[in-house]
Design a protein around this ligand. Structure first.
Ligand SMILES: Cc1cc2nc3c(=O)[nH]c(=O)nc-3n(C[C@H](O)[C@H](O)[C@H](O)COP(=O)(O)OP(=O)(O)OC[C@H]3O[C@@H](n4cnc5c(N)ncnc54)[C@H](O)[C@@H]3O)c2cc1C
Ligand code: SF4
Length: 332
């Protein structure tokens, strides 16, 4: 039986300091992702065998959700996915986020899984999650998905590693213009837009975001929606009748002015190693009154850069169809 040290913390400073001084320490929130990885014994040259769990659920107030019409929404990183899905403030002002939180995993997992854990969960690539495969992401020297089974892998921006980002809430946060408040190892804090929070394999194949040892996601802040804002969240999954990770999902936010698109953010997950902002589609609809033809032309342009692998070409058509439906839904 494997044993790990467990430390309860009562402040972000204490938690960041405890993590910073021990390279084998890792933050635990709801544990729904992390405990599975520990039980499976996943480790490698670039993936430490974690021996010290720093509990951040014990930090008072870290699960609060507060909304002010003037400032927007602040969500403590320890807020559960269920509390987001059921919050009246979130449902009324940020329905795309409420839907994204409610689309993740099963009710049981959403009751314990936190927003911070959902954003920072590790990839689901089946080679990565299998102790037999020492791939690049574990510090090995090969990507098994390239010549192996890659039906659920990236069609955009893959390089070295072809994971897709697994979080349903991440694209909604980027589409809503959210920022991350990060508690840092030196006791300070910084605020970073989610646009630059997630990092791909080119930056560092061992990580998926900018957090360094000792950094923790403390809060998520989302500005109040502008007048004329419409939004949508859609998720395509293989097992539609039960819970499943996304084959692809999309969050779209459109700001309408004088009957035309004044501004938009269109963000997909399940297609690239990080949540993928379809800026080409955003540019294509700017200044337009949305019709099915305008949405289709934007979707076609957005997927021109796609480079599918042997088993995942279906994702190109899927992503296009999600872009069209989501633009039309946000516009309506
Ligand atoms: C069967 C199953 C199905 C799932 N389906 C989906 C799905 O369809 N869509 C989806 O989006 N997700 C899905 N998930 C993932 C699930 O949403 C996450 O497991 C959950 O949100 C993680 O939250 P947690 O609080 O349990 O995190 P933990 O398991 O405690 O932590 C996960 C990781 O995040 C890190 N972490 C946690 N909080 C912070 C923080 N505040 N700052 C920095 N790092 C932090 C931990 O160190 C760890 O590495 C599924 C999970 C399972 C087990
Ligand atoms: S896609 Fe990434 S995680 Fe999966 S086998 Fe390749 S290197 Fe490993």
């Amino acid at each position: 039986m494997r044993t790990v040290k467990y430390t309860k913390t009562t402040s972000w400073k204490q938690a960041s300091a405890a993590l910073a001084k021990d390279p084998k320490a890792l933050a635990i929130a709801g544990g729904s992702d992390l405990l599975g990885m520990i039980k499976e014994g996943l480790e490698g040259k670039g993936l430490p065998r974690y021996e010290n769990l720093i509990d951040i659920r014990t930090i008072a107030g870290s699960d609060a959700i507060t909304f002010k019409a003037s400032d927007g929404l602040t969500i403590g990183a320890l807020a559960t996915l269920s509390s987001l899905e059921n919050s009246d403030d979130v449902k009324k002002n940020y329905p795309a986020l409420a839907r994204a939180a409610g689309a993740a995993a099963s009710p049981n997992i959403r009751n314990s899984g936190t927003l911070g854990g959902n954003i920072n969960q590790r990839p689901r690539c089946w080679y990565y999650r299998n102790t037999e495969f020492d791939c690049y992401k574990k510090g090995g020297e090969f990507c098994f998905a390239v010549t192996g089974s890659n039906a659920y892998h990236a069609i955009l921006n893959g390089e070295l590693c072809y994971i897709v980002h697994p979080s349903d809430t991440a694209p909604a946060l980027i589409a809503l213009g959210a920022s991350a408040v990060i508690s840092m190892a030196d006791g300070g804090e910084k605020t970073v837009p989610f646009d630059s929070y997630f990092t791909g394999p080119r930056v560092d194949v061992l990580r998926e975001n900018i957090l360094k040892q000792g950094d923790l996601l403390k809060e998520v802040r989302i500005p109040a929606p502008k007048a004329g804002t419409g939004m949508s969240f859609l998720k395509a999954q293989r097992r539609g009748e039960t819970y499943d990770f996304a084959l692809a999902n999309i969050a779209t936010v459109i700001v309408k002015k004088d009957g035309k698109v004044d501004d938009s953010r269109i963000v997909l997950s399940g297609v690239a190693p990080t949540p993928y902002r379809a800026t080409v589609a955003e540019e294509a609809i700017k200044g337009q009154a949305i019709t099915a033809q305008v949405a289709q032309a934007a979707a076609d342009k957005a997927l021109l850069q796609a480079r599918p692998m042997t088993d995942n070409a279906y994702k190109v058509g899927l992503a296009k169809s999600l872009i069209v439906r989501s633009i039309l839904e946000a516009w309506a």
